[in-house]
Design a binder for this molecule. Structure first.
Ligand code: PLP
Length: 387
């Protein structure tokens, strides 16, 4: 398997990034911010009725926050640290929601003091904390969704609650003086099955109807989370195909007069804008007769490639070396045997690949820098540059 750069980048964009890369020592991620701006426009055009809340965890760089703020984005925040960072970039409290369902009461208070008035929850204990620490705020309840089997990076089980409990919590929210505002879900990141949104929207509809009929609560918002795809080795439908289908699901269940719709893209906004540039440290074989080569690179699971865990995300890897390809195992530079990126899935790399050759990991703008370890084996966190 050899990949074509043109399938991932416009030639001009790649040329610019490669020229920059040639001037810098590996490993690092280089990110083309114009690509992010285009991805934002594409989401906004395909979902004209939705408000976009960028999921900051995908890449918390100041350059990206400022760019998206200028473009009119809102921000989905998970911790007091992310909060301080986006506020320092000029983002206003009205543009922020606290989307993490797992949070300390004193952190809720911190958000409230900074002016944030919209909170996710999925448990009674958290809801009671919010009622005390952030009185009168808008509440949306996250529900569990199925279909995580078709997401390359599932976000199921840990977050969300069953439909019955979601309704109980929204009723309780009203009793506690909060505003029962809406329902959220996340179908799993890099979700390849568009039908997952249909099932989730169907559940939301049931909650909307029952609460209206039985409790006189009129919910106003649906937060559909992220899950939209980036371009990795396994190709997906286009964003346009996702948008057309999801819009149809929404209209089937809610008619033309939709509630407020929120999207929280992370991966789909940022991933395609990045190239992680690494260098081959060694190529070796484990015995005289072993056919399989091991390619050790200067990046690994602990320096930005944690999403290769269980080989979940298969990044396209490109090298300038041409020639006959042969299967390899690809591993990182640290003294940890978990630091193997691909072993079962066979990447073919050229037989003449050698130490100091560069490997270009495409579509690595999201979930790389923010996942990189601080000092494992002394290796510094992954560097990143923003063009
Ligand atoms: C991580 C996360 C997102 C972003 O998901 P992507 O699949 O990267 O778009 C959105 N919302 C919440 C609550 C998240 O935790």
């Amino acid at each position: 398997m050899s990949i074509k750069v043109e399938d991932y980048f416009a030639p001009e964009t790649f040329k610019k990034m490669k020229a920059f890369a040639d001037q810098h020592e590996t490993p690092f991620v280089v990110i083309d911010t114009a690509t992010i701006a285009r991805a934002y426009d594409e989401i906004a055009e395909n979902f004209p009725f939705a408000k976009i809340y960028y999921a900051v965890k995908a890449n918390p760089a100041v350059e990206i926050t400022k760019l998206l703020n200028e473009k009119g984005s809102n921000f989905d925040i998970a911790s007091i640290y992310e909060l301080d960072k986006v506020l320092s970039c000029g983002v206003k409290p009205e543009q922020i929601s606290f989307g993490n369902t797992i949070k300390k009461a004193r952190d809720v208070r911190y958000f409230y003091e900074k002016g944030i008035r919209m909170y996710a929850t999925d448990s009674e204990a958290d809801l009671r904390n919010i009622a005390k620490a952030a009185p009168g705020s808008k509440i949306y309840v996250r529900i569990l969704t199925e279909g995580s089997g078709s997401a390359d990076w599932p976000l199921s089980r840990k977050f969300g609650c069953q439909t019955d409990m979601a309704m109980d919590l929204l009723v309780l929210a009203r009793e506690l003086g909060l505003v029962p505002y809406g329902v959220s879900f996340h179908v799993g990141s890099q979700q390849r099955e568009i039908g997952s949104w249909d099932a989730a929207i169907g559940k939301v509809k049931i909650i909307y109807e029952r609460l209206r009929e039985e409790d006189g609560i009129h919910l106003q918002m649906i937060n559909m989370g992220g899950g939209f795809p980036a371009n990795y080795l396994n190709r997906t439908n286009t964003l346009q195909a996702y948008a057309e289908e999801i819009t149809r699901f929404l209209k089937e269940d809610f008619g033309d007069d939709l509630p407020e719709i929120i999207l929280e893209p992370g991966r789909s906004l940022i991933a395609n804008a990045g190239i992680l540039v690494s260098e081959v440290v060694l190529v070796s074989r484990k015995s005289r007769t072993a056919v399989e080569r091991w390619v050790y690179t200067d990046v690994g699971k602990f320096s930005g490639l944690i999403e290769t865990m269980d080989e979940s995300i298969k990044f396209p890897i490109w090298t300038e070396k041409q020639g006959e390809l042969e299967d390899v195992v690809i591993a990182g530079p640290t003294c940890d045997s978990a630091d193997i990126m691909y072993e079962n899935y066979k990447y073919g790399l050229p037989l003449n690949l050698a130490s100091e050759d560069r490997l270009y990991w495409l579509s690595t703008g999201a979930y790389t820098t923010s996942y990189s370890a601080v000092e494992f084996n002394g290796f510094p966190p992954l560097k990143s540059y923003y063009l």
